[in-house]
Design a protein around this ligand. Structure first.
Ligand code: FE
Length: 208
């Protein structure tokens, strides 16, 4: 992703909270400015700050957030740092997975969805089922794996990126993503977001 998630400061990695790629009210009324104020300004910020505090105490040699995550998986070290750093990466990926101009995929990507899911509608059903059915906190993903598009769910901070899987889009299904706007009705948040906000241009860029 071409954005400044991490900069090198002194000897070790220091993460920065990236700006939202749109105005705080740009996704309203589907996702309100108040939700983004808390979700980006408090939750995402906290993951970045906690990761930085842990890195201050126990520096890890890495030049980017991605490299840090791969290094932590390789060493099976510091679950707390991994969780916070993975959440920093997941949230940045999530902001880019949404767009006020979101909606439907372009013809080439639509054809890939039809090839691998049967139809665009079947993809939507499968993604919605993964997002709605994720028990507790987690994420729903559109990924490319072994040459095919697939839907995946991950729990808590877990991210397909560290498994070497190509991520195209994600949806945050932690309660903090929807509770202000939809209370406990995750299904309504998922449906509205899939219909109106998915950033298919971002998905295409991730396909490379
Ligand atoms: Fe979140």
């Amino acid at each position: 992703m071409a954005h400044a998630t991490a900069v090198r400061k002194s000897r070790h990695l220091h993460l920065e909270l990236p700006a939202l790629p749109y105005a705080q009210d740009a996704l309203a009324p589907i996702i309100s400015a108040e939700t983004l104020q808390f979700h980006h300004g408090k939750h995402h910020r906290k993951y970045v700050e906690t990761a930085n505090q842990l890195l201050e105490k126990d520096p890890v040699e890495a030049r980017s957030l991605e490299e840090l995550l791969r290094e932590l998986v390789r060493k099976e070290s510091s679950q707390k740092l991994y969780n916070n750093a993975a959440q920093a990466w997941n949230h940045d990926f999530y902001w880019h997975s949404l767009s006020p101009e979101g909606g439907k995929p372009s013809a080439p990507l639509r054809h890939q969805l039809e090839r691998d899911f049967g139809s665009y509608e079947k993809f939507v059903d499968k993604f919605a089922a993964a997002a709605t059915g994720q028990f507790g906190s987690g994420w729903a993903w559109l990924v490319k794996k072994d040459g095919r598009l697939e839907v995946m769910g991950t729990a808590n901070a877990e991210t397909p990126m560290t498994q070497g899987i190509q991520c195209l889009l994600t949806l945050d299904v932690w309660e903090h993503a929807y509770y202000i706007d939809y209370r406990n009705q995750r299904e309504r948040y998922v449906k509205a977001t899939l219909e109106k906000l998915l950033n298919w241009e971002f998905a295409e860029r991730n396909l490379g």
